[in-house]
Design a protein around this ligand. Sequence first.
Ligand code: URA
Length: 236
Amino acid sequence: MNERLDKILASQNLGSRKEAGALIRRGAVSVNGQTVRKPETKADPERDEIVVEGQRLTYRRYVYIMMNKPAGVLSAANDPRATTVVDLVPESMRRRGLFPAGRLDKDTTGLLIITDDGDYAHRMLAPASHVYKLYEARLDTPVLPGDAERFAAGLDLGDFTSLPAELTLPDENDPYVARVCIREGKFHQVKRMFLACGHEVQQLRRLRVGGLELDPNLEEGACRLLTQCEAEAVFS
Ligand code: URA
């Protein structure tokens, strides 16, 4: 699809529209080998070879960012009073329209996807997509015999009964740490499921969304761009 060159550059985090225009006017941009000096020149960012200051532009229509969410930040795009996950996205990955695809509680850590692709987020969160999420919880009391069966049977949480969920112990020597895999995403769901079995969640971390695992090299608060293939792994 043809778009104005200044708009294309601005959408790829190469400055504001005005700055991109200035870059083009001073001859720093070429399209298919030809220097272009008019910001309004049209190009197809997916087909044309656009070179900016000697570097070939890798065009991304949308971005998909993996964040290892730290505790204490809101899963929101912006908030007048609190730091949000989007505030933590580094300058080099910033774009207009970024938002978290799904929510983690303020005190929950781990895998969060931040994107500007509304359809992707919609698809990921749609119950029909059956995207399973894996959480690890540290509890105030040890997991009891029978808890896994109760999770598997579905728990009565008052306003709804949870779908069958798998409860496992990642370390057989530590019964205070449990993993649960769910595909629903109701408010405080994991905490409420444990509470229904008499345990308070002291720490909660998301480890996996669909087929996408939290990158073990990503420190809390850090982000990295996902490839298209990794972003799609959520649905596998
Ligand atoms: N379940 C919870 O209770 N909290 C989260 O942040 C995510 C799932």
